[in-house]
Design a protein. Sequence first.
Length: 192
Amino acid sequence: MSRIGKKAIAIPAGVTVDVKGSSVKVTGPKGTLELECVSGIDVKVDAEAKQVIVDNPKPDARQFKALHGTMRSLVNNMVTGVSVGYEKKMQIFGTGYNLKEQNGKLILQVGFCHTVDLAIPKGVTIEIKTPATRGNDVPAAFTLLCSDKQVLGQFAAVIRKVRPPEPYKGKGIRYADEVVRRKVGKAFASGG
């Protein structure tokens, strides 16, 4: 029995969960999300207790044992996403690096001879706090907001992959809570 899978998911006020066959649909103030559950894992809504229960009818089967906690986490992420939402804070370090949002695209100027245009996925909104870096100390900062955790994480990874932080000066795109391990550059011996 999965320790995570057997926990019930509380349904917050303003959120509705509909289960039809193996399809789970969660609707809330931040939007609507759908998930096709694995056949063999049962999802039930307890309207009186206001909670969702993910059940594994075959606890001895290895495949369903592995998927029990995963399905519960996915449904929990959907409930959290439509009620509270998810955010990912990011920073860009490097002199002259900047970003802007234009016509449904995120336009990055990060040290290449050209700009990098990334299409913003449906449901993702971007809040730009600082559009351009100021020297090496003040980074450009922005926040990604979305109700779907998977879409948000994937788009953040795509942005970071454009210019990952390099270990010598720390220039590049990184998550706000990311720690970049720095290396010491070459030390030149003084000639005598």
